[in-house]
Design a protein around this ligand. Structure first.
Ligand code: SIN
Length: 318
């Protein structure tokens, strides 16, 4: 059989893009992850006849995304990226943890082809649904041979984001994603990609590789996120340490500052052998500087992406 050239592989994982409500006007009271990626594809006539293949990797609400799905997803992405006839991958995903899956895949695989996560804020049953256009745009980006678009990306509401910069910033609006200070990589307009900064290369961080995440997910180091806030106390950190946490990311106020009660508990945790990183809960920008005695900074990473980075750093140790 002749191999398909310029094939795009669509990997389904669920989310609102695959969600269904009992009433067409209901954009909130629906169940995520109800229809398959193959069903979604049938909703986009413009994709009919294109070189596409579909695989259902999971079917979940992405608030419930877990390490076992990440492990399988990374293996399927690596498998398809290695196939010469494949130009790129599209992953249909829920919006809630899309940025975490994107960052995990980028750190593990740093793929040499576009691996495009896409999603929707409205279910497949909505009067005015965003999923079909997002899927169409994601396939256009997955077909791109533009070097800047090699790697893990997110395509939503006509915008293209890098895995490192993207985050969900609005709980309801259709254009819910932002790349903050960094800005988008580009836009998709009627199937054509327009780059925001022609000439720049995407994230060049070396991949960790699939062998790195081969161990059973039950053995992946437990890393938790705690938030510093007015009135914070030491109890949550002490409970985590007592329960055997291996790493803690503290989402600090402002420039990564930490309430003194929490700070004391986090220093105790470090003495007990727990790795502690701090980042900012502000949502944009990076923690600037490393004052003497301060907890280690996670730089520009958001708390949830710092959690992934710390988990992978701990995995590298043993
Ligand atoms: C989910 O993240 O799976 C549900 C929410 C969404 O996709 O918008």
């Amino acid at each position: 059989m002749q191999k398909k050239i310029n094939e795009v592989v669509i990997l389904g994982t669920g989310g609102t893009i695959a969600g269904q409500a009992s009433a067409a006007g209901d954009n909130v009271g629906y169940m995520a992850g109800q229809i398959t990626a193959a069903d979604l594809l049938r909703e986009v006539p413009a994709l009919a006849g294109q070189a596409l293949s579909v695989e259902q990797v999971a079917q979940c609400d992405s608030k419930d995304m877990d390490h076992a799905i990440w492990q399988t997803l990374a293996q399927r992405v690596a498998h398809h990226v290695a196939r010469p006839e494949v130009s790129g991958i599209v992953i249909t995903h829920g919006t809630d943890t899309l940025e975490e899956t994107a960052w995990f895949l980028q750190r593990v695989l740093a793929p040499i082809k576009p691996v495009v996560l896409t999603a929707a804020m409205r279910p497949a049953t909505a009067l005015h649904r965003d999923g079909p256009q997002n899927l169409l745009d994601a396939v256009a980006v997955a077909r791109s041979s533009e070097p800047q678009l090699a790697g893990v990306l997110a395509v939503v509401a006509g915008t293209i984001h890098s895995a490192q910069a993207v985050s969900k910033r609005h709980p309801y609006r259709v254009d819910a994603f932002s790349s903050g200070d960094t800005g988008v990589l580009g836009w998709v307009e009627e199937g054509a990609v327009r780059l925001a900064r022609p000439g720049l290369l995407a994230d060049e961080t070396a991949p960790l590789g699939l062998a790195f995440i081969e161990r059973p997910v039950a053995d992946w180091p437990w890393v938790a996120v705690v938030t510093s806030h007015a009135g914070a106390d030491a109890s949550s950190v002490r409970a985590l340490v007592g329960a055997g946490v291996r790493g803690i990311v503290v989402a600090g106020s402002g420039n990564g500052t930490v309430h003194r009660q929490l700070q004391t508990a986090l220093h105790e945790a470090q003495i007990a052998g727990v790795r502690v990183w701090r980042c900012s809960r502000c949502g944009e920008g990076a923690v600037v500087g490393q004052p003497a005695g301060a907890l280690a900074s996670a730089g520009a990473l958001s708390p949830v992406k710092a959690r992934i980075a710390l988990m992978l750093a701990l995995m590298a140790q043993n």
